[in-house]
Design a protein around this ligand. Sequence first.
Ligand code: FEO
Ligand code: CA
Ligand code: CA
Length: 640
Amino acid sequence: MSYNNSHDRCSNLEEQQDSEFTQIIDMSVSRRTFLTGMGALGLGAFVATTPLAQSVHAAMNSKVQSSLIGFNPIVASTADTVVVPEGYKVTNLISWGDPLFESAPEFDPSGNAPASSQAQQFGDNTDGMSLFAVDDDRAVLAVNNEYTNNDLLYHHQGENMTADDVLKAQNAHGVSVFEIKKTAAGWKVDRSGKLNRRITANTPMKLTGPAAGHDLLKTAADSSGTEVLGTFNNCANGETPWGTYLTCEENFHNYFGTEDGFYEVSERQKRYGINTTDKRYQWSKFDERFDLSKNPNEPNRHGWVVEIDPMDPDSAPLKRTALGRFKHENAALMIDNSGHVVVYLGDDERGEHLYKFVSKGKFNATSGTANRDLLAEGTLYVAKFEAAEGELKGRGKWIELSFGKNGLTPENGFNSQAEVLIYTRQAATQVGATTMDRPEWVAVHPNKLSVCCTLTNNKNRGKKENQPVGGPNPRAENRYGQIVRWSPVNGDHTAHEFSWDLFVIAGNPSVHREGLLAGSSNITTENMFNSPDGLGFDKDGRLWIMTDGQYSNKDGFAGMGNNQMLCGDPETGEIHRFLVGPIACEVTGLAFSPDQRTMFVGIQHPGEKGQPSHFPGGGESKPRSTIVMITREDGGIIGA
Ligand code: FEO
Ligand code: CA
Ligand code: CA
């Protein structure tokens, strides 16, 4: 989910009402060419990803061929409910405003509840989440609460803001950490859990790594440049094998502003979308930390990946500056065969980039504490994709973002590694990184041989000079999105080279008979979707795809229905629809119980922008972001 000025979910409704769906048909690469191209993927020393089979398209129209996927795919839906396959059921776990502590008040739908209530309740707009098992029957769930909706949060819908209203919104942001326990009736929230915690936009945390303490991170309240309050616009997530949670700060720019007419936003800040108007959240009017003229460096203290220990509710979250500052989507962390920690990271904005962090130290499987600072120090890289014209596969390079290398020098405006990290976007431009169609989630296959990233959409592709059509971004004014997949050379994730292809190009074959707008060969009238966003592999290698797209079900989006979740088989290329969400929601956030028999899925912002949803309560109730649990009636593994 995003609410920024250059790529925003706010604009989705406007785009849906725009009957003139731009039918740019780039016929230079047809569906047939795509198939042939994939089949011809021969990469020498590279570990080749599995080519999509020519037979997939025909098979897709009949039945599931994949041995990984065992459910009966469902049809598109526009109903105000969560739809799942036959033999599956849906149970609600927790909704925005539900108590997280025994002493917490129940949700008050009036919009009049004070900030103090929200501080003890589940935050709004559930997004990325991770499950940390304690034992077979207990676990801790760490969940991002990305943003707030004024029309739902306040009885005055944001028209008459007070300081307590701002605090209430700040308390609805951040991360909710809570214990869950398994009962005969399934998993339940344990309000008495000792690990239950709300991390908000005001929780004390520390800046760590190469940029910590730099002058650009110092403010009136923190002359050290290392002590910061809070995290907000927490999009998706990651987790580490040493038991910590990673929360990613995405559209942090929207929370800053000033009424000082003389304040000028620097060019460097403009690249991050910082501007003086703060009409939506209005934090800067009531909390001077967010007033740019009073605290011009405060935005530099946000836009990081934050590491949280879910097992220690007193621990200070740690902002990891070594992983760069941008609009972080998620953090896909894996341990390379060499022992180095590798984290793949997307920067979700039109024409921004895809990154990789490699830790300096190595993971020690026998010592949890020795691993705790592995994300403090390492090397950041940005991706440059290469392809012959019209090819939907190719090679690529990871370009190092280290001070003194690749033009990251004082002559080009970079005076230290801290500056390279604080202005990561400018560093990526300096080294010639590929501008992407909004990199959202990244997911690493459990066999470690391939990595996928959702490129959700990009209406600027082909319209802006720095965003030419080609390579992994093959369509002008891309409204449907695609998933790029790469394999590191020789299976080495610390290597500087990779090969890539596209796992899927989303499209609408019922509206567009041919060409890339019809989608790749593994898209049919039965599984079509747009704007892939959330992404995750389960332990068996099923690829779960969640969407945050146009739900008008009209024009170029006819037949796609509400936002949904699909399941892909990376071997065969098949994709089948598994779940459809309620009206005007985004499906985002995915976790599994250790036995893979319960899937936790985030249903974010049902009924956004006044759309007619009453999920999950039904009747005339206020729509509420909710985590649902998917189980099988026969108790089996989800998806199998
Ligand atoms: Fe929070 Fe890019 O989605
Ligand atoms: Ca997202
Ligand atoms: Ca999105």
